[in-house]
Design a protein around this ligand. Structure first.
Ligand SMILES: [Fe+2]
Length: 183
């Protein structure tokens, strides 16, 4: 068994994974729902792994649970990506790094998208810079992994259903292994 994959699953399964960050579901439930939505959409294993891991930065930086309510942007996408890139393929890491940018992009280009965001996600949007301007949208679209980040963003937004039964964490071990730099 791979030690990094075990460590990641342990973090999600730990007390830290039970934190809610202002949403109706815990970090663990949110990650499980995102991965499941990705699988149902036919995503490749590496992108399913990214969906499971996209908020791992929240569990690593050690800041308080209600960080957004205090007006602090913890840059969890960068924290998570910086940790993940030591072990995981760029195709898994890029959508994690860009999933907040993808929210700012979708707010800019998709009428009505902003109204679909959860209250916590709407609050953090302002701290994250709000909607992208036209130049930022162009630059975003040109980034490797941007399309995957947009797809991940939609699973992220939908992965907040209270009480939804999902497959367990162990279901995603093969997907995480497939996303490793060194199998
Ligand atoms: Fe998320």
């Amino acid at each position: 068994m791979n030690a990094i994959v075990t460590a990641v699953l342990d973090v999600l399964g730990s007390e830290a994974g039970a934190a809610h960050y202002g949403e109706g579901v815990s970090q663990r439930e949110h990650a499980l729902q995102a991965a499941w939505l990705a699988e149902q959409a036919g995503a490749p294993a590496v992108l399913i792994a990214a969906a499971l891991l996209h908020d791992i930065g929240h569990l690593l930086h050690g800041l308080p649970e209600d960080i957004a309510a205090h007006g602090i942007d913890g840059r969890h996408e960068d924290v998570g990506a910086a940790w993940l890139e030591r072990h995981f393929l760029p195709a898994a890491v890029a959508p994690v790094r860009l999933h907040v940018a993808a929210k700012r992009y979708l707010v800019a280009v998709e009428p009505g998208y902003a109204t679909t965001l959860s209250p916590a996600s709407t609050r953090s949007l302002a701290l994250q810079g709000g909607a992208m301007d036209a130049e930022e949208c162009l630059a975003f679209r040109a980034l490797p992994g941007a399309a995957d980040a947009v797809a991940l963003r939609r699973w992220d937004d939908a992965a907040k259903r209270v009480g939804l039964a999902t497959p367990p964490l162990s279901r995603w071990r093969p997907h995480l292994c497939a996303a490793l730099r060194t199998p």
